[in-house]
Design a protein. Sequence first.
Length: 283
Amino acid sequence: LAHTLWFNENFETDKGRMLSIAIKEQLYSGRSKYQQVDVYDTVSLGRMLVLDGVIMVTEFDNFAYHEMMAHVPMQSHPNPKKVLVIGGGDGGALKELLKYKSVEEAWICEIDEDVIEVSKQFFPSLAEAFDDSRVKINVGDGAVFMKENQKQFDVICVDSSDPIGPAEVLFPKDFYQDIQKALTEDGIATTQSESMYYHKEFINKLYLQNKDIFAYVDYYYTLIPTYPSGTIGYSFCSNKYGPMENLNKSRTFEIKELSYYNDEVHKASFVLPGFARKAIKGK
Ligand code: SPD
């Protein structure tokens, strides 16, 4: 069967690589105050959210990204009560954080209100998170919000797009310094930190930068076919605990509907292939 409509991702094209997804139809297209927002119905991956030409979410595999962004820090913290998502206006990371009974307040700071509205309309299974009474929404700049909220959060997930466009402010050193201050004394943050295949130098820079800021830093990854190179990683930035110290303290069993995360994957996700370990950690 020859598909005639293709979406070509506009992220790595200058490097000579492109991810293409066959689509059935475009469901939404709009220009928000910050970016181009598009939703497609794809041939085999369900609905797909695209910001400025870059794939953010597909119904097919977003669980791999959101579960690992949220459950790794949550399972590494002894008792996470107040949590925050920066970005993540689709609601996917928030939904995972809300699976914990220990969570009393779940904040989200998303700069683009249109992303939240579009997700409510086209991705209700993610955006259902916004209906939870523990959720508090701040529409605004994550970098500013972080400065205004010090020693507040047990877990912070920075679910950003790539470091070009509106998410550019979510990668420099001063932003990470603000994350460190916004976390409680034993708080843990995870931040979207790109692909170990395609962005080694960038990840190495982040890793070295964050070692100066946090008591514990590491890099771990998930496998996700609709992001460039089929994998994306996260910086693990912690004011006290490493990722294994509080693991297996029973909270996994209160969480329903996990499709990717489990305690073995948690441990394995920090084990980097030789080329990536060398490039990112220098050993
Ligand atoms: N290259 C795309 C990286 C996008 C990461 N964030 C996506 C937001 C999903 N909640």
